[in-house]
Design a protein. Structure first.
Lengths: 132, 108
């Protein structure tokens, strides 16, 4: 579960600050679910807790550097909506990366990923419209 | 600009950064904006995302995108959006029904 610590609204999109209840990690997540659908994440309220899935937006890289995290593959095939993801652990936190990003990567469970952004893709039973 | 002026929509002429007609003939424009919309909002929120794709001139990429055919379009209570495929990457433009560009960011 994730606690909503803050929501920063813009006209179309927003960022949602989530705190992982288990690990205490704070993630600033981009949320554009309301741009593409009226069935979106706008029901979230500050101070309440939700089951969330967060996508890592970025690329696999070969070298450590700024915003580069070490990801450990937990599950190679998780379907969210109609899209297949790889479930990865960054330290004790769980994130999701589209399987399509894995095409050029093989044979290693321990991969470096440069995180450009963290995207909110599922909250409770509501899945981002982009995944259908 | 003349066509925008004659269209009857409300806009700030001094703040217009880019104006173009989409492939299907709709007039869209980008203003300097503020923290919630327009170029400042895009740069504040997504300059790093664009830089990671090798993009530094965001208005130029936006103009290029808008002059291609979107791979997906849609609408919600927030307004309209269109997704474009440029150089193997997908980008999303969110805009109002009047043509004012609210946001622009990479999505894939």
């Amino acid at each position: 579960m994730y606690n909503v610590r803050a929501i920063n609204e813009s006209i179309a999109t927003r960022t949602v600050e989530l705190e992982n209840e288990l690990t205490g990690t704070l993630d600033l997540c981009f949320d554009d679910s309301a741009v593409v659908s009226d069935n979106n994440f706008e029901f979230m309220e500050i101070g309440k807790a939700y089951e969330c899935k967060i996508k890592l937006f970025g690329e696999f890289v070969n070298q450590e550097g700024e915003c580069v995290v070490k990801t450990l593959i937990v599950n190679e095939n998780i379907c969210i909506g109609n899209i297949n993801f790889v479930e990865v652990a960054v330290n004790s936190d769980i994130y999701y990366i589209p399987q399509s990003k894995m095409m050029s990567i093989s044979g290693k469970d321990d991969l470096l990923f440069k995180v450009s952004r963290k995207d909110l893709i599922q909250v409770n039973s509501t899945i981002h419209e982009d995944l259908f | 600009m003349k066509e925008l002026a004659e269209s009857g929509v409300k806009y700030n002429a001094d703040d217009v950064v880019m104006i173009t007609k989409t492939a299907d003939g709709k007039l869209l424009w980008l203003e300097k904006g503020n923290a919630s919309s327009g170029l400042k909002h895009i740069v504040d929120g997504h300059a790093t995302n664009f830089a990671d794709k090798g993009i530094t001139d965001i208005p130029a990429l936006l103009n290029k995108a808008l002059n291609t055919t979107p791979v997906k379009t849609g609408s919600s209570a927030k307004g309209l959006y269109a997704d474009y495929l440029i150089g193997g990457n997908k980008y999303r433009v969110a805009y109002g029904t009047n043509g004012y560009i609210v946001s622009f960011y990479p999505i894939d």
